[in-house]
Design a protein around this ligand. Structure first.
Ligand SMILES: O=C(CO[C@H]1O[C@H](CO)[C@@H](O)[C@H](O)[C@H]1O)[C@@H](O)[C@H](O)[C@H](O)CO
Ligand SMILES: [Ca+2]
Length: 619
């Protein structure tokens, strides 16, 4: 079998620079702050850091609205600071992946400002359309079609200077680029090559599956005057969904292949991962199949939608079988070809330990954080750790709207409560507390001081977003000293992935899909890898060819019996009693557990796992 590429065995750590480490007391994290913390990341064992955007930006969407791709925003520092970070990371063997936001730019980008003039060569670099016939431009109903923006309101904004509307799937200050225009594509590829030549190691590509929009043979968008394609139905808020026409559009593969050949053809050792909201998992097997020369891996979203209804604010109870179904579908999509990325947390998702774990006590917060980490990292794919996830950081616990900063949260509160009256204030505030993106964006908790070490206790400026008061207990300094901490556990998880080839390359097989507390699966390598010898062989067992692992996690705060298929693999029969002589369950085969191995060995003998008990067993 062709050896797996380097990133198949790598662990990526996502940094949200705004909330990571402030070094100049302005309350915002910055690049020197990241450089300062590289030893912490090296000690954790991560192979790659992915930086959310640090480019010149009016920060309307915290940097995902870029005004100059080839300059650093002063809030984060200078290009010299960027070079220093790159150099210091590489010295520690850590690669640096940047965020590529090219579905849209900022409306303050020179390209957009130029495009407002119809005579300018950039005139066709964005999606400009006239007002609907028979409607006064700029008045409700005059928009070219009924598409709604992800951040509320129409996806169209009228610009009096140009005398036309421009498309913005996200905020008004994030106009979509027109990738149909080859000059746009060339400008993007030139910018990407500029950064790759500066020594970065790849890109995470923002909403990259939205760059190809569906148009009819005349280039008309669905629903616009004269278009051969009708727009979709209008929802309760008065807008239709752009997803059927803007996600996975007709030229997506062509554009991704062109990008691959224009930027990455003659390069080694890089990583490309595309963000793919609303993409069907089956498509990930094609887009990440190396034979198609598109992307290395994708961020799919189906696992982040198992506890929501029609919208992310329509919260539903978390059910383990639904998560299993979603993850299994993603695993099967790339079983033959392609590769998966593994994530539960990022800067757009609430903290997983608050979402699906249990934070009702310090004990349960720690145990459930470990169980969820083990579950994710033992799947087949490249795991992503979001800053603070390795500490088991929790949701913010905000109770009033003015504590929130995220435009999506604030806009959607007003749209759903004040305008569309489809949700009452209490339930929307509850939805925000559970799902808002700000839950992931509270400052990193380095220690128990006033501002958690994110910024100096008596810094001139308070942190841009409130520090979570539980920083007195949940912080890196405390967990670095505690061998039983969530941090120590994550270090173990990463070590296991780096040392046990089955973890990186073994095939995935889900067990007991209907069990409602326990999530279990096996990972197996067809042919045994070379047995380890010499110092690497930590134990006699290490010397044996490891071929198959069993991963079992109780994702509940209640004890749970081992379900049938899992029990059978451990030689336990239905009654849960071991048909194997007592002691056949060999504690040495427990490679890692969220409890002490001997405790897990006794759990196995009884066939009942404790709350949030998870382990990897070498079959
Ligand atoms: O679709 C996206 C894309 O997010 C990417 O694109 C967005 C626009 O650039 C940006 O706000 C996000 O931070 C970036 O990760 C969602 O995750 C989005 O955050 C929202 O929750 C949809 O309901
Ligand atoms: Ca700062």
């Amino acid at each position: 079998a062709t050896p797996n590429p380097w990133w198949a065995n790598a662990v990526v750590y996502q940094i949200y620079p705004r909330s990571f480490q402030d070094t100049n007391g302005d309350g915002y994290g910055d690049l020197p702050g990241i450089t300062q913390r590289l030893d912490y990341l090296a000690d954790l064992g991560v192979d790659v850091i992915w930086l959310s955007p640090v480019y010149k930006s009016p920060q309307d969407d915290n940097g995902y609205d870029i005004a100059d791709y080839q300059d650093i925003d002063p809030i984060f520092g200078t290009m010299d600071d960027m070079d220093e970070l790159l150099d210091q990371a590489h010295r520690r063997g850590i690669k640096v992946v940047m965020d590529l936001v090219v579905n849209h730019t900022s409306d303050e980008h020179a390209w957009f400002q130029a495009s407002r003039n119809r005579e300018d060569p950039h005139a066709d670099w964005y999606w400009w359309r006239p007002a609907k016939a028979g409607h006064e431009p700029g008045t409700p109903g005059a928009e070219p079609n009924k598409w709604g923006s992800y951040f509320g309101g129409s996806a169209w904004q009228y610009d009096p200077q140009r005398g036309e509307y421009y498309l913005h799937l996200f905020s008004r200050k994030q106009p979509d680029l027109n990738w149909e225009n080859p000059q746009v594509r060339q400008a993007v590829f030139d910018m990407m090559n500029w950064w790759m030549d500066r020594g970065i190691d790849g890109f995470r590509m923002d909403v990259i599956v939205m760059i190809s929009k569906t148009v009819d043979s005349e280039g008309r968008l669905p629903g616009e005057d004269g278009s051969a394609i009708a727009d979709g139905p209008v929802g309760p808020e008065g807008y239709s969904s752009s997803v059927p026409f803007c996600v996975d559009g007709p030229r997506l593969d062509e554009f991704l292949q062109e990008m691959r050949s224009q930027v990455f053809q003659d390069r080694q050792g890089y990583l490309t991962v595309g963000e793919a909201p609303s993409l069907a998992p089956a498509r990930s097997g094609q887009i990440t199949d190396p034979a198609n020369h598109e992307l290395d891996m994708l961020f799919l979203f189906t696992q982040t939608e198992v506890d929501t209804g029609d919208s992310k604010w329509d919260i539903r109870p978390f059910r383990v079988p639904r998560l299993k179904a979603a993850m299994d579908e993603q695993q099967q999509a790339v079983a033959k070809a392609g590769w998966a990325s593994l994530y539960f947390d990022n800067h757009d998702q609430p903290r997983i330990v608050s979402r699906w774990g249990d934070t009702s006590s310090e004990e349960l917060r720690s145990r459930s954080a470990k169980a969820l980490g083990l579950l994710l990292h033992m799947h087949r794919g490249t795991p992503y750790i979001y800053q603070g996830e390795e500490l088991g950081m929790t949701n913010a616990g905000f109770t009033s709207l003015d504590q929130y900063q995220d435009l999506e949260s604030i806009n959607l509160y007003h749209q759903r409560v004040d305008q569309a009256h489809e949700q009452d204030p209490e339930s929307m505030m509850a939805a925000l507390a559970y799902m808002s993106r700000d839950n992931a964006r509270t400052p990193m908790q380095w220690d128990s001081t006033r501002f958690a070490g994110f910024t100096a206790p008596y810094a001139p400026k308070e942190p841009w977003l409130a520090v979570n008061p539980n920083r007195d207990k949940v912080n890196a300094k405390t967990e670095l000293r505690d061998p039983d901490s969530v941090l120590a556990f994550y270090r173990e998880l990463i070590r296991l992935r780096h040392t046990n080839p089955v973890v990186a390359a073994g095939g995935f097989t889900l067990l007991d899909p209907d069990a409602d507390q326990i999530y279990s699966f096996t990972r197996s390598l067809d042919q045994a890898p070379e047995p380890k010898s010499g110092p690497e062989a930590a134990s006699v067992l290490d010397a044996l060819p490891c071929q198959r692992l069993l991963v079992v996690v109780n994702l509940s705060s209640r004890p749970a019996s081992l379900p049938p298929e899992t029990a059978a693999l451990l030689g336990l029969d239905q009654t849960g009693f071991t048909s194997m002589a007592l002691g056949a369950v060999d504690p040495d085969r427990i490679l890692i557990s969220t409890y002490r191995p001997e405790q897990t060995a006794s759990s196995l003998l009884t066939g009942r796992l404790s709350p949030w008990e998870g382990f990897v067993y070498r079959l």
